[in-house]
Design a binder for this molecule. Sequence first.
Ligand SMILES: [Zn+2]
Length: 307
Amino acid sequence: MMTGRFTALLLLLSLIAACKPTPPSVGAASSGTSGKPSVYVVNYPLRYYAERIGGDLIDVHFPAPADEDPAFWTPSDEVVSALQQASVILMNGATYSKWADKVTLPTAKVVDTSASFASSYIVTKSDVTHSHGPGGDHSHSGTAFTTWIDFTQAISQAKAVHGALVKLLPVSATGLDANLAKLSEELRVLDERLKTLGQRMKGEPVVASHPVYQYFARRYGINLQAVLWEPETVPDEKAMADLQAILAKHAAKWMIWEGDPAAESVAKLQAIGVQSLVFSPSGNVPEKGDFMSVMQANVAALEKAFP
Ligand SMILES: [Zn+2]
């Protein structure tokens, strides 16, 4: 009896040992533990497109931290090795990920989602450097990279994401096509609304808190000049003087902010006859809602300001 029980216990113990998970093999499958293709993205708009188009068929990874501008983020060595194992790496293009030149990525897996409109990138000349967040000093000179707030460019980028996913999942092409069509239509409606708004504004001057609206201004005919402010920083005397210098020749009544401005900033602007509204490019994950709801709120804020 005792022996029988002992044998049973031994058997049980050996079974438990056999069930111990095996460590993941290094340098193996690109598909991760789920068996789904692993899709790495460098900003939130691309994450959103990949999720809308690929849905449950893919694992989307957006490795930039929530409190950093992904445009000025540099991946750690761990992230770089994860990228090397990815099924596909979706880049924004337009010099968005400057770190990409300094690391070795599997070229065949890298997709530049803005390549189709590379000939119409906007190049700016300004060498003022500044910093926001932990990314250190940076400059906005060179190629403008906030490509997706021209919604025709956003559609092109979504198409590039779709193309990459169809290559990974050819048997699912029909579903991927349908998801792209739905997303493109929503982006097209935003484009239509902004085109109408741009016509209504008739070149009325506006100011922006940061130089990230180049493609938006070009596509929708918005007469826009930018300062180098941050939503969470209240403009000091120097900053207000910079703005006043712009306003002397560019009599804007509205400032477009990248994020919710501090109440004190709003009051300071109001005192000189400038109202505030938010148009968030949403390069990173929004606190509330998703890419589409943020863009809809952006467009609605502009429509309200310029009825
Ligand atoms: Zn900046």
